[in-house]
Design a binder for this molecule. Structure first.
Ligand SMILES: [Zn+2]
Length: 283
């Protein structure tokens, strides 16, 4: 968290306000979020640079600068990237990590309560090399079911783990992996290389549809995620399995089961609709 839909929402909110703006007076309050860049170089590069692009790659917000640098922010659990056109509240100031003035009284603020997120500054070549190591974008119109099947065919891992592997597929994390597998009616623990062509097609369609629906709903806010304008997402109301362990399956009414044995994360599924190990009867 945030995954593809949340980061896409942040990017769509920030793009129209940031493009063409010149950055001034950058302030960094904590350095432990920095990767591959020193505080001095970050502040020096940002100052008087102009934003030329705001894009998403996997779960990263990628802010392209006139100098060719990319400011890459991955908000992870508790981070948010918001343009404010007012003074920050005391609470907002408290967790601000990076603040950059945009002129006209507005500012871009990266806030992160637990500072689990990361800020990178890469030059053009560094960014291209990094991006090349990430898998294809699932919502890219050029990405198709055959390419998806091919990305999974070499993996003996559980299918849930395989689709969350950013080198195989970009942007899918725990929430949307759970949801997509439910929509496709596939057991999350099945080996990726044992999916039939029909399963693989169903999962491809499910990944795209669940991500598309979540983007349309401006993401899922369980706790800390906020859009680029500071609002909550609304896809939490559309979750069918994630966070619903013990509740009835929306399709068949069977109690949903949660396990942590697949990848250490919470996996919730319906054994009747998706197959997989049937839970021991409670006595
Ligand atoms: Zn069911």
């Amino acid at each position: 968290m945030p995954e593809l839909p949340e980061v896409e929402t942040i990017v769509r909110d920030l793009r129209p306000t940031l493009i063409g703006r010149t950055l001034t007076n950058p302030r960094l309050h904590h350095t432990n979020v920095l990767r591959q860049v020193s505080r001095a170089r970050l502040l020096r590069t940002l100052a008087r640079n102009t934003v030329v692009a705001v894009d998403r790659r996997a779960k990263h917000v990628v802010i392209g600068l006139d100098s060719g640098h990319r400011l890459v922010v991955q908000p992870r659990m508790t981070g948010s990237l918001i343009v404010h056109d007012r003074r920050l509240t005391r609470e907002e100031r408290r967790y601000a990590v990076l603040q950059v003035s945009l002129g006209g009284g507005s500012q871009l603020v990266y806030r992160d309560m637990r500072r689990l997120g990361t800020i990178w500054l890469l030059d053009e070549k560094g960014w291209r090399a990094y991006s090349a190591r990430i898998g294809p974008e699932p919502l890219d119109p050029a990405f198709d079911a055959a390419a998806f099947a091919q990305r999974l065919s070499g993996s003996r891992q559980a299918i849930k783990k395989a689709i969350m592997d950013q080198r195989r597929l970009a942007g899918v994390g725990n929430i949307y992996a759970n949801e997509a597998l439910f929509r496709a009616r596939i057991d999350p623990s099945r080996r990726a290389d044992r999916l039939t062509p029909r399963d693989s097609q169903a999962l491809f369609d499910a990944v795209r549809s669940v991500l598309g629906d979540a983007v349309a709903a401006r993401g899922t806010t369980i706790r800390d995620y906020r859009t680029g304008t500071g609002q909550r997402g609304s896809f939490q109301g559309g979750l069918e399995v994630y966070g619903r362990g013990g509740e009835p399956c929306v399709r068949c009414g069977t109690g949903l089961v949660t396990t942590h044995t697949i990848d250490g994360r919470a996996t919730t599924w319906c054994w009747r609709c998706q197959g997989g190990p049937r839970p021991a009867r409670k006595t």
